[in-house]
Design a binder for this molecule. Structure first.
Ligand SMILES: [Zn+2]
Length: 353
């Protein structure tokens, strides 16, 4: 992994910041510094005129907290439901793993503000630098905070299947939509779309600080680029949006047949703790993998039957018994679209390859 000392933004004092400081001092990035320390830093010449300012972002009103799951693993639990001004877009989870040689982060939440708060939570647990940030997939709620971690010196990894999204019309549309929903939390002034530092091309295992990490490409499932991260010794699985706990999944354009195959791969890892993309972490992973799997199977069965019987979508949707799922969070926002996309998918599948 390349050392990126050259482009760190460090904030021992504010503003301006000194851009080049030892690793241990990088930990202070984005943390408020008392005036006395700032003065001391000024006297020591740590704040030079040539220094670049690390951006700071508005403080989120929602509470961002870290929950420990195992000896090394933590997660940041998002709020329930779909993105809204009330939850500030904070509806997906992120995770981090602390090793003696640095921190591995999994997903970066839905805005720079949330990521900044997450970084502060990490700093409360360890002063080790964040080394690697893995993005599970390119959905706004999982990667809009990535720039904050790059600014703090971390290397961002992403699967290469997402390459085409950067700068695409789809990304622009999603951005416009997010700005409208989230107001001050997502805007042109703060939001950048930097490239990841490393494109991953397949399953990639790595070691850091004595821990072995299994990074698995399980797409195309929820998205073509889906990555999941398994921390071997701790048996913690960060599953991204492949698994939803206690809520209706967002299926989008996903290929549900391949998604079901991917769920089997996750089951085979035998995780002890599972962090889904949405909903609480679980110590009953098999059960939660089961809920997502059963929902996908149900969509495919019901919509597949309608397609085979030439029943129009509207009629099929009305005629389907959704009682098992309609009390779950995000049902209103996601279910109809999930069903519709599955209907289209089943039509395509019925026509053969
Ligand atoms: Zn997603």
């Amino acid at each position: 992994m390349a050392d990126k000392t050259q482009r760190y933004y460090i904030a021992p004092c504010s503003p301006p910041y000194n851009a080049r400081m030892p690793l241990t001092l990088r930990a202070s990035a984005l943390i408020p510094v008392p005036p006395l320390v700032r003065l001391l830093a000024l006297l020591l010449g740590l704040c030079g005129p040539l220094a670049r300012a690390a951006p700071t972002y508005p403080e989120p009103g929602v509470q961002v907290r870290a929950v420990q799951l195992s000896a090394h693993g933590y997660y940041i639990p998002g709020l329930a439901g779909a993105a809204s001004r009330e939850n500030e877009g904070f509806m997906s989870n992120a995770g981090f793993v602390v090793t003696p040689e640095g921190v591995v982060v999994f997903d970066t939440l839905a805005s720079p503000s949330l990521a900044q708060a997450m970084l502060r939570r990490i700093r409360a647990v360890t002063d080790k630098p964040v080394r690697i940030v893995i993005l599970s997939h390119y959905h706004a709620d999982h990667y809009y905070g990535m720039q904050v971690f790059q600014e703090a010196g971390a290397e961002v990894w992403m699967h290469e299947a997402a390459r085409g999204i950067l700068g695409s019309q789809d990304q622009k549309l999603r951005f416009a939509q997010r700005k409208e929903i989230l107001g001050r939390w997502i805007n042109d002034e703060t939001q950048r779309f930097p490239e990841p530092d490393r494109w991953i091309s397949g399953d990639t295992d790595f070691r850091l600080g004595g821990l072995r990490f299994l990074l698995r490409h399980v797409g195309p499932a929820h998205t073509p680029e889906d990555l999941v991260l398994f921390v071997e010794g701790d048996q913690v699985l960060y599953a991204g949006d492949l698994v939803f706990k206690g809520r209706v999944p967002f299926v989008g354009e996903a290929d549900s047949r391949q998604w079901l195959a991917a769920l089997d791969r996750l089951i085979a890892l035998q995780p002890r703790v599972l962090v889904p993309g949405h909903g609480q972490a679980s110590d009953t992973p098999q059960q939660d993998l089961g809920l997502t799997r059963d929902y996908l199977r149900y969509l495919r069965t019901e919509m597949g039957r309608a397609v085979a019987d030439l029943v129009p979508f509207e009629e099929a949707y009305r005629g389907t018994d959704w009682s098992v799922y309609q009390t779950l969070p995000a049902f209103e926002e996601a279910n109809r679209r999930n069903a519709y996309n599955t209907y289209i998918l089943m039509e395509k599948e019925s026509l053969g390859p």
